[in-house]
Ligand binder design. Sequence first.
Ligand code: GBH
Length: 450
Amino acid sequence: MISYACPFPENFVWGVATAAPQIEGAAFEDGKGESIWDRYTRIPGKVLKGDTLDVACDHYHKFNEDFALMRRLGVKSYRLSLAWPRIFPQGDGSVNQAGLDFYHRLFDAMAENDITPWVTLFHWDLPQALEDRGGWTSRVTVDAFAKYADTVVKAFGGKVKNWITLNEIRCFTVLAYKNGGPKAPGRTESDAVVNQTYHHALLCHGHGVRAVREFGGRGARVGLTDNCDVCIPVSETPRDIAAARQWFTERNLHILGAIYGGGYSPAYLERVGADAPKTEAGDFKLISMPTDFLGLNIYTATHVRAGAAGGYEVVTLPVNYPRADSVWLNLVPQCMYWATRMVRDVYGASSIYVTENGCGYDEEPVIGGEVNDLHRREYLRAHLRELHRAVADGVPIHGYFLWSFMDNYEWEDGYTRRFGVVHCDFATQVRTPKLSALWYAKVMEANRIL
Ligand code: GBH
C-alpha cells in the first residue's frame, strides 16, 4: 500500500495554467484583432456584470512581474495560450509582427526566470473575422488554423517544446453553437451543425499535431487538452465500475473516441444518424495522427451506478451536495482517479497530463495582506490524493497543472468567480499569493502532498 505521503514519480511535472484571453488584457493593442469573446462580452446579458476582457489581469504589460512571482513560488512549468487574433488579426491573411514580438518577449522572460512553457494554440478566442465567415461551422476555420499553427510553431519552435493543440473542444462547439451560449459566439444551431463543429475542431487538432511534427524541431511534443465527460462509479464494485466505463465511453465517443478510434465508430454514427458530420477523404489520417500525451482538464464528475435492468444509471445528487461557487463544480475528488484511469483503460492513453484542476469561489478578501483560502487548499489536497492513487495504481500520469495561477476572467462569470492561487485585485492589479499558493509551492518543491 503506497501512502499519500510518498513522493510523486521523479520528473513529475508540477505547474500552473492560464489562458491568453483570461489574463492578457490589451484586447485592442498593438494590432490585435477582435476575438469572438471581445464581441460576445458586449452583448447585454451574456456575461455577469457585463465584464469585458479589455484589461483582465493586464498581464500583457505585467508579465515580468508575474514571472518573477512565479519564480518566487518555485513554478517551473507554466501552461499558457497564444491569442490567435494577436497573430492573425483577421484569422488568416497577413501576420501581425507585433503579436509575434510580444510572445517572443514573453518566452524570453520565462526563460530568464527558469520557467518552461507549455503552449496551447487555441483557448477559445477565435478571431471574429473568422466567425463572420462561419466560425466553427465552416471549413474555412480549419484552413486558417492550419496556417496559424504553421506560423506559430515555426516562429516559436526554438523556444517552445511542449505544445497543446486545442483546449476543451466542447466549450467552443456545443456550448457555443447549440443553445445561444453560455460560450461565445452564442449561436443556436441544429445538431447536424453542432456535429460539424466537432469535426472541424478535430481537424484543427490534427493540423496542430502535423504542424509540430513538421516544424517543431528536436524534442517537440504535442497533445490535445480535452475536458472529457467524467464519471465516478458510486461504489467501487465491478458492476458499478463497468457501468461507469460504459457511460464514459458513450459520452466521449465524438471526441476522444474519434481521435483514438481512427474514425467515427459505428456506435457514434448510429447515434447521430442523418446528423452525422460531413467528412472528406484523408480527414482521419490527420485527426488520428499519434500524439505524445493527452491533456485532461478535470474539475468534477457525474455519479454513475449499474442500472437495475443492466446498463448504467446517473445518480441525482441531493440539493445539499457540496460544491464550489461555480454551479457546475460539485466536489468529487475521485474524478482525478477515474478520469485518468478511464482514458488509460478505454483509449490506451500512455502519457497523461492533468492540464487543469482547481476551484472557483466568489468572496476571497485580502485581509492584512493574506487570503486564507483554506477551502481551496482542501480541494487541491483531496484531488491530489486521488491523482496520487491513480499513479500508485500504475496509471501513466506525468504532470499536473493547477488552474489557475491567478484570478482572471472566468468567461461568462466575468471577474466574480476566482480560480487563482494568487489573488488579483482587478482595480489596482495588485497580486497577493493566497494561502493555497504558499502551500502549493511547498508541494511542488517536495514532490509530494503536504
Ligand atoms: C476550464 O473549463 C477552462 O479551460 C478554463 O478556461 C476555465 O477558466 C476553467 O476551466 C474554470 O472554469 O455551461 O453548465 O453546461 C472547465 C470546464 C466546461 C466547466 C463547461 C463549465 C459549463 C457547464 N467547463 N462547463 S454548462
